[in-house]
Ligand binder design. Structure first.
Ligand SMILES: [Zn+2]
Length: 298
């Protein structure tokens, strides 16, 4: 075996009478049998830097099949799935939650897959500096754009870091999204937390123009939120991690569904999360321009 087994972190174990309950951030599995203790010890020995064949030399009870079964059960993964520089910066945990959505065969190719991908960043650069650092450490090509830029190549993912609604950056980002087959992710760091989404895939039913039309319509009701901040609020690290994981998911085709046609408004101070819906405008010029004939965009 030429893999480098690693356990998902943090991992918890509980062993009772030939039965172990193993918890990872994304799964909970019960292991049974008289080799339960040996399997748990194997999990504990998987450090991601020791090759499988070296691990197997250590104990008679450990064999290649056990490791394969732990991979298959989502309790461990081949550490080569995490790009070296991302791991070296202690950012490997940002990719770990996405691995279960990636087939075992694709995992070894993950660093190469990421290196072949590109992200175009529009809008306020400062709040997403950390996101760009992590993406670059993973080998992703990141290009930042001024609002007046017309990107020469189409990125795989467009990240719009928003300041005010209707700031010049969104028009460029939206037009670019409508003309290309990229996924657009909209985020904003605010005074009290962040707003995330919607995530607009190439076949999304609405576009940013639709979103802002709705915001304009709601202005009278006082629902326009226009604050945005820079600096280093206490939730900046959590914001950075959340946005980075979302971009990785967009690049790897493992997007969560909770940002389909809605967005998340997170308030750090009262722990409140709201998910307002996004509705398509009936006669949106941008959506219609994107798919004039098929009506794929509403
Ligand atoms: Zn639209």
């Amino acid at each position: 075996m030429d893999s480098y087994p690693a356990t998902y972190s943090p991992t918890g174990y509980g062993i009772h009478d030939d039965e172990a309950v193993v918890r990872t951030p994304h799964t909970l599995k019960t292991i049974q049998g008289d080799n339960v203790t040996a399997v748990c010890e194997l999990l504990a020995a998987m450090d991601g830097t020791t090759a499988a064949r070296d691990l197997l030399d250590r104990r008679d009870e450990w064999d290649a099949e056990t490791i394969e079964s732990l991979y298959a059960a989502g309790l461990a993964y081949d550490a080569r799935a995490i790009p070296d520089e991302l791991q070296a910066n202690d950012w490997g945990g940002l990719l770990e939650p996405i691995l279960p959505a990636v087939s075992q065969a694709r995992r070894q190719e993950l660093p190469a897959t990421l290196t072949a991908q590109s992200v175009g960043v529009f809008g306020e650069q400062e709040p997403v500096t950390g996101v760009c650092d992590r993406l670059r450490a993973a080998g992703v090509s990141v290009t930042t754009h001024e609002p007046s830029d017309t990107p020469s190549t189409a990125p795989d993912v467009i990240l719009l870091s928003e300041a005010l609604e209707r700031s010049p950056a969104w028009t460029t980002a939206n037009d670019h999204w409508a003309a290309a087959s990229a996924t657009l992710v909209k985020t904003r760091l605010t005074e009290t937390g962040w707003r995330l989404g919607p995530v607009l895939t190439p076949t999304a039913g609405a576009c940013l123009d639709c979103v802002y039309s709705r915001v304009d319509a709601n202005k009278a009701g006082g629902r326009l939120i226009s604050e945005t901040i820079g600096g280093d609020p206490p939730y900046l690290r959590a914001y950075t991690d959340t946005v980075t994981e979302l971009i990785f998911r967009a690049l790897l085709g493992a997007l969560p569904r909770y940002l389909d046609e809605q967005f998340v408004v997170y308030d750090h101070y009262d722990g409140n999360i709201e998910t307002p819906r996004v509705f398509a405008s009936p006669h949106c010029a941008v959506c219609e321009r994107a798919t004039p004939a098929e009506g794929g965009h509403r």
